[in-house]
Each structure stands twice: as C-alpha cells, then as structure tokens.
Write a protein that binds this ligand. Structure first.
Ligand code: GRF
Length: 254
C-alpha cells in the first residue's frame, strides 16, 4: 500500500511546510526546490563567523525583494521547506527530483487500493502525518477528494496552464492553440471539489503566436509557471494571500 522513504520532523516552529503532489516530470516541483526549498540542515551550516551561507538565508530577505509588489514593510517570509512529495505514478520523474534534493517521497498508486475512497484515505493519512501548511498540486492529474479539502481548508493550491475559466482539463495548451485564441496563460488557484474551478489566486497572460504549436506554446507557458508558482507559494507563506470572504470568489493578494 504505497511506498515511502526519508524522514521528517513535524512541529518545528518558524518553518512553512509544503507537500507537493505530482504525477509527471515535476519541472514545477524542481522550480519550487530551486527557488524556495531551504532544508533544515542548511540552517545548521553556519560558518566560523557565525553567518549562514547565502543558500540558507531567510527567504524574507534579498530572496523576496524581486517579487512584484514587494516592499520592506511586508513581514519576512519564514523558512520554506518541501517536507514531502507524493506521486500517484510509480517511477514519476518528480519522485526522482525529490530524492535528489533529499526530500521525503511517497508513491500512492490508485491501483494499490480497493476503490477511490481507500486511495483518498491513504493520501490524506500521509499528508496529515507531515503537518503541511500548504499542499501544492504541481501536475497532479487526479481530482482531490472533498474530505482532503475539508482537512486542509484553503491550504490546497493548483497550477493550471491556461487562464481559467478558459480551457480547464488536461489538454489546455493544445485546446488554446486549436481554438485560435491570441492570449492564454497560467493560473494558480485554490482547489475546490470541481475540476479547475476554485478561486483564482494569480494569473499571468502568455500571448499565442499564429505560428505556435502546442509544443512551442507549452515552452513559454512552462517558463511562466516555473516563476509564478514559487512566487505564489512565497506570498502564501508570507501571509499575503487572503481566501475569499463567504459568498465571494475574490482572493485578496497584498
Ligand atoms: C504543468 O503544465 C501544469 O500546469 C499542469 O501539469 C504540468 C506539470 O508539469 N497542471 P511538470 O510535471 O511540473 O513538469
């Protein structure tokens, strides 16, 4: 029933804990690892002068200054750590990327379970164990169970390669090219029980060229994704993203 490797220490203060769910190549997981992930051991890696190396500096310092809208009065971002990567696909490249970064992994394939409910339960159990502050769906190709969303209210986000509500589903980039739109883009949104239907946190447009194929457009979309998703995670970690008020879909980003 699923496999896992690695270790984790829940409950450590002043750390923003992320779990990432990924089914595929994991290039967005890699962007999170490269831009945000600060493993605990790096903080202990203090030099003779009592200073941490640049890679271990708190993310609220220089690392944050490049964000659009960032100003000195915003509170610093806590240390961000990817504490678990889960895939439903054994051998997914995302798992390999996590292992190479020293991140705990779990493989929870649907075929290991009697039904969807049991699979969802296994997934939720694994997530609860690591006490994540945020669950990031980065190319996770399954619908998340409502029970999981209830367990982590406003703490599950998804990345989508189109400007929702346009082109939901799994072929959004090809759909945009086929439709002939001139602008598509990237959406990061809170997950609700529907398919790509939760409240939007941020969106960024990408122009579609007349000569684009799904492949050429995908390249430019992925470039935006690799920048935008870590930025949103950092904004959430800094407490700058407020979920919609009851009856509204508007997410406020300070
Ligand atoms: C991304 O394009 C994301 O928008 C979509 O799935 C793709 C995942 O790519 N949901 P990767 O596995 O992160 O490379």
């Amino acid at each position: 029933m699923g496999t896992e490797e690695g270790h984790v220490t829940p409950g450590e203060p002043d750390v923003f804990r992320i779990a990432v769910l990924a089914s595929g190549s994991g290039s967005n997981l890699q962007a999170i690892i490269d831009r945000l992930h600060q493993p605990r051991f790096a903080l202990a890696d203090i030099d003779d002068y009592g200073e941490a190396p640049a890679a271990a500096a708190p993310a609220g310092g220089a690392g944050c200054a490049g964000l659009p809208g960032w100003t000195a009065e915003h509170p610093p971002v806590p240390r961000i750590e990817v504490v678990l990567v889960i895939s439903d696909i054994p051998g997914a490249r995302a798992l390999d990327r996590a292992v190479r970064a020293g991140i705990r992994t779990a493989t929870i394939p649907v075929s290991d379970y009697r039904d969807r409910e049991q699979h969802d339960l296994a997934l939720a159990t694994k997530l609860v164990e690591v006490e994540p502050d945020l669950i990031v769906l980065a190319g996770y190709m399954r619908i998340v169970a409502p029970s999981l969303l209830k367990a982590f209210p406003w703490r599950v986000i998804n990345l989508h390669p189109a400007l929702l509500p346009a082109f939901p589903g799994t072929h959004s980039i090809a759909d945009a090219v086929r439709y002939g739109v001139k602008v598509t883009g990237v959406t990061v949104h809170f997950v609700d029980p529907g398919v790509d239907s939760g409240p939007v946190i941020v969106q960024e447009a990408v122009c579609v060229r007349d000569c684009d194929t799904a492949e050429t457009l995908a390249e430019r979309i992925h470039e935006v994704e690799h920048r935008l998703l870590p930025e949103v995670v950092r904004l959430i970690a800094a407490g700058r993203v407020r979920p919609p008020l009851p009856g509204s879909r508007v997410v406020q980003v300070d």
